[in-house]
Design a binder for this molecule. Structure first.
Ligand code: CU
Length: 166
């Protein structure tokens, strides 16, 4: 009787341990625990808000060439994304802002960003609806002045600014 109980008990313990090993993600996937690869080193943090009045809270900011920049963009508005979505797209120097935005409006399902133009930007956030936030990381390019803009249709008239790289 004692033997049977002991056997049963051992079986239960072994089963429990095995179950734990197999189904506890902390044990079985310990090597895949997220590492800090998604939080790169940052030299400077820039915060910009976009509003329902079609404005950026910052129309310029300054960084130093080579700095690792973290840009946080908040859509602080309340209007629906389809009516008042915002993004921040930092253009390379060679790119014409109006021409770029004129093309971007043809891509509503891609957040008003033509994927083929990825090479023309230094960094860009997603198109954000009310209360949404996006964070991007990039390295400040060669010294100069770079334009950033919201590519939502019609917004480029008001929603633009300059990134000054020293
Ligand atoms: Cu906008």
């Amino acid at each position: 009787m004692i033997t049977i109980t002991t056997k049963l008990l051992s079986t239960v313990i072994i089963t429990t341990v095995l179950f734990g090993v197999l189904y506890n993600p902390k044990i079985s996937y310990s090597e895949e625990t997220p590492k800090k690869k998604n939080t790169p080193k940052v030299d400077v943090h820039v915060d910009i808000n976009g509003t329902d009045t079609m404005m950026y809270s910052k129309t310029s900011f300054e960084v130093k060439s080579g700095q690792k920049v973290k840009l946080t963009f908040n859509n602080t508005g309340k209007l629906p994304k389809a009516a008042m979505g915002h993004n921040v797209v930092i253009l390379k120097k060679s790119v014409n802002l109006i021409e770029f935005c004129t093309e971007a409006v043809k891509f509503p399902t891609e957040g008003y960003f033509p994927k083929s133009r990825e090479k023309d930007v230094i960094g860009r956030t997603k198109l954000l609806g009310p209360g949404e936030k996006d964070e991007i990381y990039f390295t400040a390019p060669a010294p100069g002045t770079y334009e950033y803009v919201c590519t939502f249709p019609g917004h480029f008239a008001l929603m633009k600014g300059k990134m000054i790289v020293k």
